[in-house]
Design a protein around this ligand. Structure first.
Ligand SMILES: [Zn+2]
Length: 464
């Protein structure tokens, strides 16, 4: 009996020792971010003062307050210096390669047919698609965008550039019924899209997809094929929808339906569909879009710059649709960061609704982060800072003059901040912007490459 008691005591002290050493042993992580105001954007929209995010490889493994620091160690500790730690922003619609044409012929009537289409037909090459996309992706990264949804010509080259910069990209090959630089013959751009999808189907950062240009610029036959292909490969479709009155009237005249009804009649509207613009939509279109669970890309700045109109995106958001923010291409909206969109989104919807309370800053930040993730149907892995999600994280510094004082972090982001306040950007667990410097590609070289193109572009533009 005595012997037994001694043995038990011995075992007990071993267990105790074991527990103590376990307590002292911290779990090894890859990156720890500390000392910032954490906007989790989780379902409770929890804000954590002195917040800590722990990253292991490409995932977030813990989110909480500074008490977490006793449980984890990491080689890389990022001190957010009282900045705002938030989920990476999602640009749900752009054409990054068009940076090459930025600021050309702004505000000319019928610019799409007079300048954009002819310029693209004459000038776009695989090299242009690559250099332009790289420049665009750089701008997005520096402005806190971690995921972009793109649509352009020679999209496989744009995808290479986006990967080099280190962004997450939903890259969709443009498909249009007119001859283009990357498809002179009927069906060529669709075949290009198929080859691209097959090549990138399992890429970690790039999700390939189909990018039919618009309801009136793609044949019905090809739209039906795209519907089947998107299902077959289980990849997204991004498309301009109800963007102009010309499009609305043409579809009405040809098919007796709204653009949304027309696309639905072809079976295109589903959870793989990302619908950009949505200015000319009726209340029943909105109901239909909700029923079909499509994603919505709201491009306020591009839409008002071209005086096309204000999309009822606020109603869509409030009705529970999946609404994210987008910039459109840099010929349409000129800038590619989402922070620059947020103030316009808030102010214009308030004005349009004559209601100051209609669009609080929190709602706009929702659209920029978790809303964007919902719009691309990836809210389970992106859009908020929560355990198990992919480590796409942004730190916005609060030490600059324009960022002080801060009574409400959402308000500061929407009404005070600009893209140059973004200090750190992490995508898939990798730091791509550190202390406002892009770490992945040579910024100066890209600026030189893009300005070298300027003369060529101007020469062609002079003939139009
Ligand atoms: Zn667009």
């Amino acid at each position: 009996m005595k012997k037994y008691l001694k043995g038990a005591l011995l075992l007990g002290s071993f267990l105790l020792l074991g527990c103590t050493s376990l307590q002292n042993q911290k779990e090894e992580a890859s990156i720890i971010i500390k000392n910032g105001t954490l906007l989790t954007m989780n379902s409770e929209r929890e804000i954590i003062k002195n917040g800590v995010v722990v990253i292991k490889n490409n995932k977030i493994i813990s989110v909480g307050d500074e008490s977490l620091l006793k449980n984890y160690s990491a080689k890389k500790i990022i001190d957010a210096k009282n900045g705002i730690i938030m989920p990476g922003m999602i640009n749900t619609h752009t054409h990054a390669s068009m940076t090459v044409f930025r600021s050309l012929a702004d505000d000319v009537p019928d610019r799409l047919n007079r300048y954009i289409f002819p310029l693209e037909a004459k000038m776009v090459t695989p090299e242009l698609s690559y250099l332009g996309a790289k420049h665009g992706a750089m701008e997005m990264a520096l402005g806190g965008v971690t995921t972009m949804v793109d649509m352009y010509l020679y999209e496989e080259n744009a995808a290479i550039a986006v990967k080099e910069v280190g962004l997450r990209g939903i890259m969709t090959q443009n498909i249009i019924k007119y001859p283009t630089a990357d498809g002179q013959n009927k069906g060529e751009t669709l075949n290009r899209a198929i080859a691209f999808v097959e090549k990138y189907k399992n890429d970690e950062l790039i999700t390939p997809g189909f990018g039919p240009h618009g309801p009136h610029t793609v044949t019905k036959e090809e739209l039906l094929k795209i519907k089947e292909l998107s299902k077959k490969y289980n990849v997204p479709v991004s498309m301009h929808v109800a963007e102009t009155d010309v499009e609305f009237n043409k579809i009405k005249k040809d098919f007796g339906m709204t653009p949304v009804e027309y696309l639905d009649s072809l079976g295109l509207l589903n959870e793989r569909f990302i619908s950009a613009h949505n200015i000319f939509v009726t209340d029943s279109d909105i109901e239909l879009m909700k029923k079909r669970d499509v994603g919505v890309a709201h491009n306020m700045v591009a839409n008002i710059k071209s005086a096309k109109g204000i999309s009822p995106a606020l109603k869509m958001h409030d009705d529970g649709l999946r609404v994210g923010l987008g910039t459109d291409g840099p010929m349409s909206g000129n800038t590619l960061d989402i922070i620059g969109q947020m103030g316009y989104v808030a102010k214009l919807h308030k004005l349009a609704n004559k209601d100051r309370s209609a669009m609080p800053p929190k709602k706009v930040v929702e659209m920029a982060t978790i809303g964007g993730a919902r719009a691309i149907h990836r809210e389970n892995e992106l859009g908020s800072l929560e355990n198990g999600k992919l480590a796409d994280i942004v730190i916005v510094e609060t030490s600059s003059v324009n960022m002080n004082p801060i009574f409400d972090p959402y308000s500061a982001l929407v009404y005070s901040a600009n893209a140059s306040n973004v200090e750190t950007v992490i995508v898939n667990g990798k730091i791509i912007v550190d202390n406002k410097q892009l770490k992945t590609v040579d910024v100066k070289k890209s600026i030189k490459d893009i300005t070298d193109f300027k003369e060529k572009v101007q020469k062609v533009a002079d003939t139009l």
